[in-house]
Write a protein that binds this ligand. Structure first.
Ligand code: FES
Length: 199
């Protein structure tokens, strides 16, 4: 059975955001708001259903709102990996597998996601509906590799144990703070800054 809903309408929270987004663009150029509106769809689905994704009917609503042909919205939504075009787990676990993260142990982050999340591998969703696992390319956080992006939060400096702890916290309904899991100050060397420390 398809997960596609048969109707979609923006809720009050999304409408409040849209009222600020569309005026950013010149008259006649409202189609430029397609990406922020697709984000609003995804956020709203997450709020309402616990699964942040973009159903086909919602893309049609975006197309109508922006005066675009639906196919142009489908093209944008299917091009960018940030938009999920099928139902997802409540938490989207995105493991960076690009070289710096791989050299620093992304295989262990992946193993922890599989073990603690009850996931078979990339593309899988857990039976409890909590997690969907994806592999992503460099997320720009290599300086604190390896990293795992959960929805839009970056968790950095991970290893097997700390990734398991992160996932167990999500299962308990907690939302661990993003950032370095070893308390690294932004991108300073491990152990703290070693230059420009005086004056
Ligand atoms: S290689 Fe993983 S964030 Fe850059």
């Amino acid at each position: 059975m398809s997960d596609e809903p048969t109707s979609f309408a923006f809720d009050a929270e999304a409408e409040a955001a849209i009222a600020k987004i569309i005026p950013r663009y010149p008259e006649g150029k409202q189609a430029s708001a397609v990406i922020p509106l697709l984000y609003q769809v995804q956020y709203q689905m997450g709020r309402q259903t616990g699964s942040a994704w973009v159903p086909r009917i919602a893309m049609d609503v975006v197309a109508e709102r922006l005066g675009m042909a639906p196919i142009r919205v489908y093209e944008v939504a299917s091009f960018y990996f940030m938009f999920n075009l099928k139902k997802m787990g409540r938490y989207h676990l995105q493991v960076c597998g690009t070289t710096p993260c791989w050299l620093r142990g992304s295989d262990e982050v992946l193993r922890a996601c599989r073990d603690a999340g009850g996931l078979k591998g990339y593309g899988d969703s857990s039976a409890d509906g909590l997690f969907t696992l994806s592999e992503v390319e460099c997320m720009g956080a290599c300086v604190n590799a390896p990293m795992l992006c959960i929805d839009e939060d970056y968790h950095e400096d991970l290893n097997y144990e700390r990734t398991v702890a992160l996932i167990e916290a999500l299962k308990r309904g907690e939302r661990p703070a993003p950032g370095s899991s070893i308390g690294r100050q932004t991108s300073a060397p491990e152990g703290g800054p070693i230059v420009l420390v005086e004056g």
